[in-house]
Design a protein around this ligand. Structure first.
Ligand SMILES: Cc1ncc(COP(=O)(O)O)c(C=O)c1O
Length: 404
């Protein structure tokens, strides 16, 4: 073994010792609110399949037709010969759905974020302002940029305002404020109207990562801007096709034409990486069609389910973070507790993921419950029953709600 490999082996041994080694949670059936693990049926409380479209017949059928029509993939990057009709159709549909001038796609939202920050703010003369709890892809994207970094405390817009007002920031050339719309580990929502006001005041571009908001927030699922009634007010968004919109993979940037045009010219994660597989393009377009035609019913069901589950967890005295989104974190403290509770819940037929450091800050390990429109009332009641049993053995999961 090389020294490097010995170092890796020692760290892996340490993960085993601290009982924080991650095991793959193998699904033996499609991604759905009820699926199969360890040869048994389980209720899935651990998926971003918010509208239960990942295995929807219209989505699957559209993806199959795309393979028949265009084959498996592009075998090329977009600007060489990887742009097919399906990509342009998808981008037009995304722009129309979101209500903006243009959209451009990437192989993932990770790549969309890593495309945006270093491309739009490449130099030390630029400045990026980012919420401390933004997604890992945003953190890494900022690391790839040479811009000055200003990290404000989670949702602390006073601090953001002071940073934007600081002499260093005022001297900067291009300014960009980036936030998650819905925070993936907290389930809370960025105050978009206030952020927009601050960004406008300081001549900064506001970019919102809508990965957990697309298809989830707003009367018709158009995300955080619709939730706050500020749709079409000039924000740029990044988002994923890998969650509510069919759950395959793929990301996009949507917003002003000049921003999308510039990214197509310069973003390295698009220029040097293959385009989306046609099946993903047409499958995601079918997911958007389902959302546009059945969205009201799906979203009403999702919201009823969220309200039911959140009130059930409160009745059980679980230490949840308040909110209205389908992400319901149950705070348990230590990573090992989260992992042990995940196992105990699985034994009760409920799959929910436990997260600890470095996904969340140390001492803030949690079980992240995620609700889908596809869950039935019986599913959710069965989950709450399992939580009741398991929480008795783990009193640290109970108590007053954690305050941020
Ligand atoms: C807020 C946020 N942004 C970006 C991503 C990355 O999305 P993708 O899986 O499309 O790369 C995720 C995925 O977990 C996310 O939660």
């Amino acid at each position: 073994m090389t020294t490097l490999e010995k170092t890796l082996a020692a760290e892996i041994a340490q993960l085993h010792e601290s009982r924080t080694y991650k095991q793959a949670n193998e699904l033996q059936a499609p991604q759905a609110p009820r699926t199969k693990m360890d040869g048994r049926p389980v209720i899935n409380l651990s998926s971003n399949n918010y509208l239960a479209l990942a295995n929807h017949p219209r989505v699957v059928e559209a993806a199959k037709r795309a393979i028949d029509q265009f084959g498996l993939g592009t075998a090329s990057v977009r600007f060489i010969c990887g742009t097919m009709t399906c990509h342009l159709e998808l981008e037009r549909k995304l722009a129309q759905f979101i209500g903006c001038a243009a959209a451009t796609t990437f192989i993932s939202c990770w790549d969309a974020n890593v495309g945006v920050m270093p491309t739009l703010c490449p130099t030390p003369e630029d400045a990026i302002f980012s919420d401390a709890l933004n997604h890992a892809s945003i953190i890494d994207a900022i690391r790839l940029s040479k811009a000055q970094r200003f990290i404000y405390k989670h949702r602390d817009l006073n601090e953001l305002s002071q940073m934007l007002d600081s002499p260093e920031a005022r001297k900067s050339r291009n300014r960009l404020v980036i936030t998650d719309g819905v925070f993936s580990m907290e389930g809370d929502i960025a105050d978009l109207p206030q952020l927009k006001e601050l960004a406008n005041k300081h001549d900064a571009l506001l970019v919102v990562d809508e990965s957990h908001a697309t298809g989830v927030l707003g009367a018709t699922g158009r995300g955080t801007a619709e939730h706050f009634g500020v749709l079409g007010e000039g924000t740029v968004q990044t988002s994923t096709l890998g969650k509510a919109l069919g759950g395959a993979c793929g990301g996009y940037v949507a917003g002003a034409k000049v921003v999308c045009d510039y990214l197509v010219q310069k973003a390295r994660t698009q220029i040097f990486s293959n385009a989306l597989p046609p099946a993903v393009c047409y499958g995601s377009m079918a997911a958007i069609d389902v959302l546009m035609s059945e969205g009201k019913t799906l979203l009403a069901r999702l919201r009823e389910n969220v309200a039911h589950f959140r009130s059930g967890t409160r009745e059980l005295g679980l230490k949840t973070l308040d909110g209205v989104t389908p992400i319901v974190p149950v705070m348990v403290g230590e990573t090992a507790t989260a992992i042990a509770m995940q196992k105990a819940l699985l034994a009760e037929g409920v799959f929910v993921s436990g997260f600890g450091f470095p996904v969340v800050p140390r001492g803030e390990a949690r079980l992240r419950c995620q609700i889908s429109a596809g869950h039935t009332r019986e599913d959710l009641d069965q989950c709450l029953l399992a939580f009741r049993k398991v929480a008795e053995k783990f009193p640290e999961s109970r108590g007053t709600q954690a305050v941020r």
